[in-house]
Design a binder for this molecule. Structure first.
Ligand code: PEP
Length: 249
């Protein structure tokens, strides 16, 4: 049984006061609920404050990115150990904005995955095709590459969540249809099975991400193999993220 996992990626939004207000409102809304897993990924600089604001709450706090190196002359970067030090428990890696805006290749994503696991961070590994790749019939090829190369050399999946995020659906208001999401989630689980075996594939959660809102979360979560959501825009307001967390109510 895979527990639904709803994570909010705040990206480079909010300020200290609004981050704390959002964290406080979510804390109150989620209470001690444990039938779903809820997580937020604030900007680096607000991580410690948000961790503190959510102390005692089951809501997890993680980062949107991290360096692949442990320490040293890497100006502007943040290490996994630093993230752990301030209370983060997971890192989102391979987000499409990292891949496409900052040119992160699969090998770098893979190095980050290894480093995150080494320091004890869980990982949300994002995979997904661009509209050009989808139209060229390359969706499966692309997501297979993201998975295979992103997870190369990884021993097991117990600390890993996959997020299928079609690039054309991120921040566009245009979500994948339940059929499209279902096709790719089924394909991804098959790839995971080939790489890590049936049990690992069956227990690993695959989130959908891309213009998830309170109005479409129920139909997406109803799809076999969709185990949660990675949410950008709609995670920035307590009411809309709460509506996503409450997808089955
Ligand atoms: C995201 O950034 O991971 C995302 C899915 O964004 P949005 O929900 O805004 O499309």
């Amino acid at each position: 049984m895979r527990k639904p996992y709803l994570a909010g990626n705040w990206k480079m939004n909010l300020d200290r006061a609004s981050s704390l207000a959002l964290a406080g409102a979510l804390r109150e809304h989620v209470g001690q609920r444990n039938d779903v897993e809820v997580a937020v990924a604030p900007p680096f600089v607000y991580l410690p404050a948000v961790v503190e604001a959510l102390e005692g709450s089951p809501i997890r706090v993680g980062s949107q990115n991290m360096c692949d190196q442990a320490k040293g002359a890497f100006t502007g970067e943040v290490s996994g150990a630093m993230l752990r030090d301030v209370g983060a428990t997971f890192a989102i890696l391979g987000h499409s904005e990292r891949r496409h805006v900052y040119g992160e290749p699969d090998a770098l994503v893979n190095a980050k995955v290894h480093h995150a696991l080494e320091v004890g961070l869980d990982v949300i590994l994002c995979v997904g095709e661009t509209i050009e790749e989808r139209e060229a019939g390359e969706t499966e090829k692309v997501v297979r590459r993201h998975l295979t190369e992103g997870l190369a050399g990884v021993d097991g999946l117990s600390k890993i969540t996959i997020a299928y995020e079609p690039v054309w659906a991120i921040g566009t208001g245009l979500n994948a249809t339940p059929e499209q999401a279902g096709e790719v989630h089924t394909y991804l689980r098959g790839v995971l099975e080939g790489l890590f075996g049936e049990r690992a594939a069956e227990t690993t959660r695959i989130q959908y991400g891309g213009s998830v809102k309170p109005g479409n979360i129920a139909e997406l979560m109803a799809v076999d193999g969709v185990d949660g959501a990675l949410v950008g825009g709609a995670s920035l307001e307590a009411e809309s993220f709460a509506g996503i967390v409450d997808f089955d109510k």
